[in-house]
Design a protein around this ligand. Structure first.
Ligand code: CP
Length: 305
């Protein structure tokens, strides 16, 4: 069994393997096909464009069979639990379940002796988003080669962002200095590091990573208009002028243009936002291969019965 639930499930060697594999997939378009078709089911209980469709593209490019579960038309509307849903899909023949869910750590209920399929977390509430982290790492590595010594500024809705958590943890472990900025109300005590005004963060950073405002997770809104937020906490054109030479802009998207980032900067020459999306397919192909390879290794060692 190989679950990718948080970045802690990957050793530095695993990460390097996935990034290398993704790059070799990008270079070599040759299709990989198993003799027995692998069945993947995508279960998205929260909206998604990038993650959902790049997983589906990755699965199809790998020659897998794909089922797309729709919660609105499923028996979860009759009260069936996530555990019973996944257990059912396993019994039907699913080898890998790709799951996005609004509950933090939804996967805790699936780490159970009766569930043997591989689970890949496509985002849990404000918890973790490991495949976004991996595509972010690939984007940064393709730009700077090494992580060691880079300064990454993560800016915006730090409290509600699963990307901030996953990225901050792994980037720190790889030797980056991670600094944070955003409204005080959204500072996150679980994110350890230097908090600073946005102008300071932007002028120090090799990577300026802006975060979407996660309205859907807010209990109280900030008393600011979109324009006031942009001026106080966003990457404005004026602030972008203060970025270091050679530094890049990232954002996990979807982007609120003109709020956390100026419209003109989304596709500026130093923006890698669409490159991140491009990298998502190869990373997800590599993650699916990693899960199956890890499972095969366990089977060969007799660890799975
Ligand atoms: N970055 C990201 O997870 O985008 P989606 O919500 O569109 O999948």
């Amino acid at each position: 069994m190989a679950n990718l639930l948080t970045m802690d499930d990957l050793s530095a060697r695993d990460i390097e393997w996935i990034l290398d594999r993704a790059e070799s997939i990008q270079k070599d378009k040759k299709k990989f096909r198993e003799s027995k078709p692998i069945l993947v089911t995508n279960l998205f209980f929260e909206p998604s464009t990038r993650t959902r469709f790049s997983f589906e593209t990755a699965e199809k490019r790998l020659g897998f069979q794909v089922l797309n579960f729709t919660s609105e038309t499923s028996s979860t509307t009759k009260g069936e639990t996530l555990y019973d849903t996944v257990r059912t899909l396993e019994e039907i023949g699913t080898d890998i379940a790709v799951i996005r869910h609004k509950e933090d750590h939804y996967f805790d209920q699936l780490i159970h002796k009766n569930i043997k399929l591989n689970i890949v977390n496509a985002g849990d509430g404000s918890g973790h988003h490991p495949t976004q982290s991996l595509l972010d790492l690939l984007t940064i590595r393709q730009e700077f080669i090494l992580f060691q010594g880079l300064t990454v500024a993560i800016i915006g809705d730090l409290r509600h962002s699963r990307v901030a958590r996953s990225d901050a943890e792994v980037l720190t472990s790889l030797g980056c200095k991670v600094v944070f900025s955003g409204p005080k109300e959204w500072h996150n005590p679980e994110l350890q590091g230097d908090y600073m005004p946005i102008d300071d963060a932007i002028s120090k950073a090799d990577v300026v990573m802006m975060l979407r405002i996660q309205h859907e997770r807010h209990q109280h809104t900030l008393d600011l208009t979109k324009e006031e937020y942009h001026q106080a906490y966003g990457l404005t054109l004026k602030r972008a002028d203060k970025m270091k030479k050679g530094s890049i802009i990232m954002h996990p998207a979807p982007v609120n243009r003109g709020v956390e980032i100026a419209d003109e900067l989304v596709e500026s020459t130093n923006s890698r936002i669409f490159k991140q999306m491009h990298n998502g397919v190869a990373i997800r192909m590599a993650v699916l291969e990693w899960a199956l390879e890890t499972e095969r290794g366990e089977m060969n060692r007799g660890e799975l019965i």
